[in-house]
Design a protein around this ligand. Structure first.
Ligand code: NAD
Length: 261
């Protein structure tokens, strides 16, 4: 239990990668604030199950990541509940797939707000106390699309490249303070976000879901295997460990070789 007494916020943690990172941090003893969309009953069940499974204190805040005031309120609520926010995982994200000329402006704004600007607002809210305490971890869930591009993902690629850039700036501004900021760049992970894309592609190609999943993997991910949410949870825990004390401004690819070619 390396994170006993630490307070953590994981944005977009009602499902997928965020929930697995919350589980991994709670498994190390951290008190975790969940956040994200969903039906109230489902979220309460998720919160209660995580608390029961890990024995950790688990809270939830419904801040919409498009709303800077709500993000500030979530950070204040976590401070009040836990005493401090020592770990911030900026994970909330959405996707929209369309060519630039067909990309709806409101989808562009939403992707940039949720996948990029929310990380800026949350970091700004937690950094003063982290610096004063002399310890803190900011972990930004970027993507292989933070390092390379794919067609029809303009907003997502722009947001994730921006998030990698923000990671480097926060690393420079916190260097030597005991606070680190790093990005994790997953390749394909089979979560709701990717299932939706595979379903759409399978329908368009007239192929079964499993076959389309294999095709999608082989286009980009030489390992031919999805990255798992558990692997990403363990990567986040590593970044909170003493082994990563002098690691900052880095982008860790967990992408089966996607960005190696
Ligand atoms: P997911 O859809 O399972 O999870 C997204 C989370 O963000 C959910 O909890 C959702 O409720 C939350 N969210 C969405 N809009 C929100 C809003 N307005 N306010 C608050 N929360 C909101 O998808 P995932 O695959 O687990 O994605 C998590 C992160 O990982 C995203 O940033 C995504 O870009 C990134 N990522 C995913 C993959 C992949 O292959 N799945 C690959 C690389 C990066």
């Amino acid at each position: 239990m390396t994170l006993n007494g630490r307070g953590a916020i994981v944005t977009g943690s009602t499902s997928g990668i965020g929930l697995a990172i919350a589980r991994a941090l709670a498994g190390e003893g951290a008190k975790v604030m969940l956040n994200g969309l969903g039906a109230a009953d489902d979220i309460e069940r998720t919160r209660a199950d995580l608390a029961a499974d890990t024995g950790a204190t688990i809270a939830y805040h419904d801040a919409d990541m498009r709303d800077p005031a709500a993000i500030a309120a979530m950070v204040e609520a976590a401070k009040a509940a836990f005493g401090s926010v020592d770990i911030l995982v900026n994970n909330a994200g959405i996707q929209h797939v369309a060519k630039v000329e067909d990309f709806p402006a409101d989808r562009w704004d939403a992707v940039i707000a949720i996948n990029l600007s929310s990380a800026f607002h949350a970091a700004a809210a937690v950094l003063p106390a982290m610096k004063a305490a002399g310890w803190g971890r900011i972990i930004n869930i970027a993507s292989a699309h933070g390092l390379v591009a794919s067609a029809e993902k303009s907003a997502y690629v722009a947001a994730k490249h921006g998030l990698v850039g923000l990671t480097k700036v926060i690393a420079l501004e916190t260097a030597g303070s005991g606070v680190t900021c790093n990005a994790i760049c997953p390749g394909w992970v089979l979560t709701a976000l990717v299932e939706k894309q595979i379903t759409q592609r399978a329908a368009a190609a007239g192929r079964p879901f499993e076959q389309e999943a294999e095709t999608l993997l082989l286009e980009k991910q030489p390992s031919g295997a999805f990255t798992t949410v558990e692997q990403l949870g363990a990567t986040a825990v590593f970044l909170t460990s003493a082994a990563a004390d002098n690691m900052t401004g880095a982008s860790l690819s967990v992408d089966g070789g996607w960005t190696a070619r």
